[in-house]
Ligand binder design. Structure first.
Ligand code: 5CA
Length: 445
């Protein structure tokens, strides 16, 4: 993409309405525009990152054997009357009436709708296990939408639903989700710690939230510092293996890590004092096992091997896709702007032409642009007639992890400069070497 032809409405001033750094930077970098309280348009740069986050979520879900589908945002109230949640959900639910006087609602989550799909089409244990998920907009009429996309009213969520014959199978599905979530967050450059939590309006006894530690997080968390040393890394795992998934769950959940909802001071006191931490965290996902809560009330049964009809065992598993963008920025920025992890960056590399209109500099930039594109990468070429300082400031603000700087003086010596946004370190090399280096960095990402 050439910046002269792109739509990147960066702001010079720091917006006064934004209280936390991710919100400020998303506004300044022209990524989002508020449409109403807690409701945002995703401008091109923000939309690109959102799509990249979604792509990682899809890939990791499907790697774990989960099947994508898409359910609507508007749901009939009658389904929610069956589960009893139409009245229970309260003011957070946005209720709508259509011209036929039928009650609808903008879905805050999809347990009822997926249970309805399941009961219409599945009748036998032979069709289990089954995990269906979608990535869809949700609406929760939050009392205090704030911090930009972090606590929105309209937000994008991945929600997945598991159906199993037995409780043991359903707990394996729960464990499998925990493992796949660890991989998902790490690919985005995040450490998200599974913590014992409270199930709230979704219900059920077993639940973990995934928290990214950040001063601006809305949850208070208590944990054993040893947990921050754990990494899933690039180990391979057989998602069908009960033992392997169980072992990962035990590894990542055996140390004390809880949100304030489940915090137990006496238990926490058993952690050696030097390792006890109280901090704040951003909840980027939550997994629930709730058994037959919805299948019993909505009549979702399957026939078991003996021919008995039994309610199906269920769980639901959510990732805050749009919130993740804020969480990534909270975890990765500096005074100058965002620093995108390579896994989600909107463009792989920036190209800054220090002297637009200089025939050698222009030709070298065009050459880099074409070569990077031919390698399947997406560069952002700042081809505007701007001062170098302004171009650097824009690149730093929007946070591309790598920048190639091209100027007449370097070119006379046959070199361009490759700069890491994270370390600020620059290295001079030939344009060909810069292309190879950038391609190598992204190989396999
Ligand atoms: N049905 C279940 C899981 S599929 C569910 O709704 N879970 S949840 O309520 O925990 O939401 C899942 C994730 O969505 C949360 O962990 C959080 O990351 C994100 N989320 C929840 N509310 C908001 C909000 N108001 N703004 C942005 N993200 C949100």
């Amino acid at each position: 993409m050439r910046l002269s032809r792109y739509f990147l409405p960066v702001l010079k001033e720091t917006p006064s309405e934004a209280q936390i750094v991710s919100h400020r930077l998303m506004l300044r970098a022209g990524m989002i525009k508020q449409a109403a309280a807690g409701i945002y348009s995703w401008l091109p740069l923000g939309y690109k990152v959102l799509r990249n986050i979604e792509k990682i979520v899809h890939e990791e879900q499907q790697r774990a054997g989960h099947i994508p589908l898409l359910m609507p945002t508007l749901q009939p109230a009658d389904l929610w009357r069956e589960s009893g949640r139409y009245d229970d959900y309260g003011e957070e639910m946005l209720r709508v009436r259509d011209r036929q006087d039928r009650d609808l609602l903008y879905g805050p989550t999809n347990e009822e709708m997926i249970t309805d799909i399941f009961r219409s089409h599945v009748g036998s244990y032979k069709e289990l296990p089954l995990t269906l998920y979608h990535i869809q907009w949700k609406f929760r009429d939050e009392m205090r939408p704030r911090f930009g996309v972090m606590r929105g009213r309209e937000f994008l969520m991945k929600d997945g639903y598991t159906f199993d014959l037995t409780k043991e199978d359903a707990l394996h599905a729960y464990n499998r989700h925990l493992v796949s979530y660890l991989r998902t967050y790490e690919r985005m450059g995040l450490q998200a710690i599974p913590m014992r939590a409270d199930s709230g309006p979704i219900g059920g006894d077993d639940t973990h939230e995934f928290l990214v530690l950040a001063e601006t997080g809305e949850s208070e968390v208590f944990y054993d510092s040893e947990i921050t040393e754990l990494k899933f890394g690039d180990r391979t795992i057989d998602y069908d293996s009960v033992e392997q998934c169980q072992a990962v769950l035990e590894e990542f959940t055996s140390r004390y890590a809880r949100t304030d909802e489940t915090h137990d001071a006496a238990e926490f006191a058993k952690v050696p004092e030097a390792r006890r931490r109280t901090a704040r965290g951003i909840e980027v996902g939550q997994i629930f096992f709730f058994g037959t809560k919805y299948s019993e009330s909505m009549g979702a049964t399957v026939q078991d091997a003996d021919g008995n009809k039994v309610p199906v065992q269920m769980g639901s598993h959510g990732i805050g896709v749009s919130r993740l963008m804020g969480a990534i920025i909270e975890a990765s920025h500096d005074d100058k702007g965002i620093i995108w992890p390579e896994g989600v960056t909107p463009f792989h590399c920036g190209i800054v032409n220090l002297k637009q209109g200089d025939s050698a500099a222009d030709a070298a930039c065009e050459g880099l642009y074409a070569a990077l594109t031919a390698k399947g990468l997406e560069p952002l070429y700042d081809d505007r007639k701007e001062r170098a300082g302004g171009k650097f400031a824009t690149m730093d603000l929007i946070g591309l992890p790598w920048r190639i700087t091209v100027g007449p003086r370097g070119l006379a010596a046959g070199v361009v400069e490759l700069t890491s946004r994270r370390t600020g370190e620059s290295e001079e090399m030939t344009p060909e070497a810069a292309i190879d280096r950038v391609a190598q960095i992204y190989a396999g990402k």
